[in-house]
Design a protein around this ligand. Structure first.
Ligand code: ASP
Length: 327
């Protein structure tokens, strides 16, 4: 009998990472119930995206599934639970990018949309544009029957209290800078070898109405390119815009051929930090290697690595990251 040996089909790696924002997150600033809810939501989001990837879905579909869960979780600053503007309203931003085609879509300053990430996706797939803002974006989303909610539905007691607390401080400007950033985002590698990134946020607490941060800006808060990596950022948006953080990480990889973890660490922990910009990123390369550096005390994050290992972290010493190379 002749034994037939079939050529081994190399299994393509899949992996996903999600974040729920970076900031002044310290152990005594979170109740155990809140911490448990946050960890649970991060894990559910990563698992939802990973299940789709395991079924052969695209990286864009996986990150939309993950971000939808985080937009619905009131603990995070996206969708319901978004931070409030100085006028006490919710204005949301979101973006998505497909690393295979470099197609991208974004919405900024939107109200009413339960899942701004879906609107950003529609801008990418169903319009000739990359970014739509305000009422124009909501009107566009309506054409696809994306779910809408009354503006009050988005506002939680926690965010009302947060705004009151910020506005009662003497130095409001400082408070604006050290607020928590609990924007959400996801990056993924699918079984076809495609990368994608997405980010969704209510912006920064007590922001001026009409202010737009980095999250919907392709290159600043979100970027994906199959040749290098996919990045979703969280932090003080003005700095991320000025330093074009997400694109800079990808570009440094392309120009220097250095590993993702090194370039992401350099941008977040050296360039951004030196400039005074606080925050972090989640990033994945085309081999499915994930890195999640931040220069704040904590960053809500979860990943399902290419070996199937689940990682959930909040504080700097959770799942102690590999020591950084000396600079
Ligand atoms: N980067 C977001 C912004 O500036 C805030 C955050 O990450 O939570 O709008």
């Amino acid at each position: 009998m002749i034994a037939l040996s079939l050529p081994a089909v190399a299994e393509r790696p899949i992996a996903i990472a999600v974040h729920g924002g970076a900031g002044t997150i310290e152990r005594d600033s979170l109740s155990s119930e809140r911490e448990a809810a946050i960890r649970q939501a991060l894990e559910s989001a990563a698992r939802a995206g990973h299940e789709l990837l395991a079924d052969g879905a695209s990286a864009t579909d996986a990150i939309i599934a993950a971000i939808r869960i985080l937009e619905d979780a009131p603990e995070f600053n996206a969708g319901r639970g978004s931070v409030l503007t100085s006028l006490g309203q919710v204005e949301m931003d979101a973006s998505i990018m497909d690393g295979a085609t470099l197609d991208a879509g974004a919405v900024a300053g939107v109200t009413r949309l339960r899942h701004p990430i879906e609107a950003a996706h529609r801008v990418m797939t169903d319009s000739p544009h990359v970014m739509l803002i305000g009422e124009g974006a909501v009107d566009f989303a309506r054409g696809f029957k994306l779910e809408e909610k009354d503006p009050d539905w988005f506002i939680t007691d926690f965010r009302r209290q947060q705004l009151e607390e910020i506005q009662s401080r003497e130095q409001v400007r400082l408070a604006y800078q050290d607020s928590w950033f609990s924007t959400v985002g996801a990056v993924a590698l699918d079984s076809k070898g495609n990368l994608a990134a997405g980010t969704s946020t209510g912006g920064m607490a007590n922001k001026r109405w009409g202010r737009v941060g980095d999250s919907p800006i392709i290159g600043a808060g979100t970027y994906a390119d199959n040749r290098t990596c996919a990045v979703s950022a969280t932090g003080h948006g003005e700095y991320f815009i000025r330093h074009v953080v997400a694109y800079d990480i990808c570009a440094r990889m392309a120009y220097t051929a250095r590993p993702l973890a090194e370039t992401a660490d350099e941008v977040v922990n050296r360039i951004l930090k030196r400039a005074g910009g606080s925050g972090g990123v989640i990033a994945i390369d085309r081999h499915g290697r994930i890195t999640m550096p931040f220069n704040t005390p904590g960053m809500y994050r979860a990943a399902i690595h290419r070996d199937g290992r689940l990682e959930v972290g909040i504080y700097g010493d959770d799942n102690e990251p590999a020591p950084r190379p000396p600079h």
